[in-house]
Design a protein around this ligand. Sequence first.
Ligand code: GLU
Length: 303
Amino acid sequence: MEKPVGRFAPTPSGRMHLGNVFAALIAWLSVRSRNGSLVLRMEDLDTQRTSAEFAQTLRDDLKWLGLTWDVETPPQSQRSVVYDRYFEKLMDLGLLYPCYCTRSQLHNVNAPHLSDGTYVYPGTCRELQTPPAGRLPAWRVKVPDRDYELTDMGRGYYRQNLLRECGDFVVRRADGVYVYQLAVTVDDGEAGVTEVVRGMDLLGSAPRQMYLQELLGFRHPAYGHVPMLMAPDGRRLSKRDKDLDLGYLRSHISAEHLIGTLAFASGLIEKPQDISAAELAAVFSWENLNREDVYLDAAALTV
Ligand code: GLU
């Protein structure tokens, strides 16, 4: 059987927090438990919020956790020439159109939205005859009225109708910056990634990426979306909880304690114990991983 190629695709906009650690751990375990390899890529399209210092700290934190990778591919901020080529390909297919909608116009649209906050785009600019003068457009790709289906390694069956549940989506912003959906599809495709493992909050993006993969000539990878971490009171653990970032955690507990806590809370091991990523790889199975949210008493981590 073909060896899996996985990836870490962190955004270097701050210190990793517990949720990032959990997703990175599962991505690593899924691939390493089957002798596969891992690609690291910095997703720094948002140059205002990201930095080379954060990227370096991320690498250092991954090493501390024992989550090794085989190659690092160039960061997204350096690849706009490559994305240009794929953008042209979409243009040649006749699937792109300019969109002049303002943010407030988009937000006033009374439409349901995906869990990631994306509004269903009603196609306002699809047939636009006279573009407004003096404004640069964003570029949207037309989507088909079609269900995209996948069997997610973490969640199980998932489907989304791209037209009705998402709508035509932006691939390049008005300021010329390519958006995540295009960049991630090109980068994973060019790196030969066979499985995409990341947080459950990105499950709703998978159909857009599957559609772009078809248009741009890449194979669909397998998907595994990792449950969200919740505090005992049902609140989602987030970046705002400063005591959950790795800067704090590294100075209080060992990597084995952190990994053991995540593994126990998510069903990967039966009793609480300190364990390294490498030891956990020997017993890892997607079958054992919780499908639903994972509850974690983070305060108990450092006592
Ligand atoms: N860069 C995204 C993040 O840090 C992950 C994107 C992905 O894994 O596809 O949340």
